[in-house]
Design a protein. Structure first.
Length: 191
């Protein structure tokens, strides 16, 4: 329909350029691409954070430190150290309000999903119900978490052991009854 109106204007003998320009400007502004909005799924983010916090991070958590270690593959103190460092490195992990003034996901939620994906090798959809985060946000959290951890802890953890590290590891091995053992899992040479 708009195309036929434009053709009529062009074929009209009246040399009314202003009218054609006005029409083109109106059509151009009305036919611009609409902004594609993301569909918002109400997941009750606050309930997800509250449940996670009460289960593992409260002063008297529901689950014991042994269960925390089993489920997160680390001690709670290490988790909190990583959380603090990651929050300081990338403000993505700091809980903020979105453009609709809804409170976003907490760093506990974002870091938990990333760590559990790494620890268990599960897909993003596996954790969305408990932590209340959608798969796309989980993947974004995972990517940003890995980049932050590598950036923060590379020189401390992701390097070859130095003399101090070797001495400490040998001492730990000695105290556990494995003298002279450093990273060896071959038990065939023991006497």
């Amino acid at each position: 329909m708009a195309h036929s109106r434009f053709c009529k204007l062009l074929l009209n003998d009246s040399n009314d350029d202003e009218m054609i320009i006005k029409y083109l400007m109106e059509e151009g502004s009305s036919s611009q691409c609409n902004v594609v909005q993301r569909r918002y799924n109400e997941r009750d983010r606050l309930q997800g954070h509250g449940r996670l916090f009460l289960d593992y991070f409260a002063e008297s958590p529901v689950y014991t430190p042994n269960l925390f270690r089993r489920r997160f593959r680390m001690r709670r103190s290490l988790f909190l150290r990583i959380q603090s460092a990651v929050e300081g490195h990338d403000d993505y992990f700091i809980q903020k309000k979105d453009n609709a003034q809804r409170l976003g996901f907490s760093s506990f939620q974002k870091i938990t999903v990333a760590l559990r994906m790494l620890a268990y090798g599960v897909i993003a959809d596996f954790m969305d119900e408990y932590v209340r985060i959608g798969a796309s946000t989980i993947m974004e959290s995972m990517e940003k978490f890995v980049k932050a951890v590598v950036s923060i802890f590379f020189y401390e953890c992701l390097r070859s052991p130095n003399n101090e590290d070797i001495a400490r590891l040998l001492e730990v091995g000695q105290s556990l009854g494995f003298p002279g053992m450093l990273g060896s899992i071959d038990c065939m040479h023991w006497k």
